[in-house]
Write a protein that binds this ligand. Structure first.
Ligand SMILES: O=C(O)CCC(=O)C(=O)O
Length: 262
């Protein structure tokens, strides 16, 4: 699925930027053919043409407002307006992308010899739809793990210009850890304290481009005002010995995706 030569991409500069700023563009890494195949597969999953027990669905709200999302509704029938699908690893095509050799190198450099998967998500904004996803961090009590996660690799399946709701980040905001112990959405008073609006950086990309996103960097995305869907895959990797801390249900076992021989 990778473009020729991309599995050997020189990583030093990218990883330095990632550590300093909380994000870094990898450039174009996914081939056009593979992007087309994954777009088609994403649609087949949203339309229920291919189904996997355990695949997680969350539909966009009727109003297009994040506050009106219905949590827990799951699959609500065939629709191109799902906001996100999780557990993409159940699908062999998406699993191939999750486990590609470039991701393997990056994950080993940042997380160590053993690497697990926390989540693999389809982030979808249908044409002239989707929502303003507020500033947030991807960690906190709901993540239920014994240490802060840090590595996410986000890859565009479609062009994602600003008008399609590309990802925006606040560079360096990951250095202070979680804005609140709950994690997730960053409160308005914290945003005004640092003037997030003024410091934001938009990350428009073409289909096939990837971005490293630190779980703690404040990020958000807008509505898709274009005639084309804006689909992307976001993969959160974990150091292999990360444990699930949830108590009410049996702890999750995180799927091992990469292991370097000792
Ligand atoms: O793709 C998006 O719109 C949101 C991505 C995101 O929030 C994430 O990868 O954590």
């Amino acid at each position: 699925m990778l473009l020729p030569g991309r599995s050997d991409l020189v990583l030093d500069g990218v990883l330095k930027d990632f550590v300093a700023n909380g994000y870094a563009k990898l450039g174009r890494v996914l081939s056009s053919e593979a992007a087309a195949v994954l777009r088609e597969r994403a649609d087949a999953l949203m339309l229920g043409e291919i189904q996997y027990p355990g695949l997680f669905y969350q539909h966009d709200s009727e109003s297009g407002r994040y506050e009106d999302l219905e949590f827990g509704a799951g699959w609500v029938g065939p629709s191109r307006n799902y906001r996100k699908l999780e557990k993409l690893e159940l699908d062999p095509l998406f699993l191939e992308w999750i486990e590609n050799p470039l991701h393997r190198r990056i994950a080993h450099r940042l997380l160590g010899k053993k690497v697990s998967l926390y989540r693999a998500v389809l982030w979808n904004k249908a044409s002239r739809a989707g929502m303003d996803l507020p500033w947030h961090q991807d960690d906190g009590v709901f993540w239920g793990i014994d240490r802060p996660p840090s590595l996410q690799i986000w890859t565009a399946l479609d062009d994602a210009p600003e008008s399609a709701g590309c990802v925006e980040v606040l560079p360096g905001s990951h250095h202070k850890g979680l804005a609140s112990p709950l994690g997730g959405t960053v409160r308005g008073d914290r945003l005004s304290e640092v003037d997030a609006e003024a410091g934001r950086v938009s990350l428009p990309v073409k289909a096939g481009e990837s971005i490293l996103i630190h779980n703690h960097v404040w990020h958000r995305s807008g509505r898709n005002e274009t005639a084309q869907a804006r689909r992307a895959i976001g993969i959160a990797y974990l150091a292999g010995d990360t444990r699930c801390t949830r108590k009410r249900r049996s702890p999750r076992e995180f799927k091992r995706v990469f292991e370097e021989r000792e």
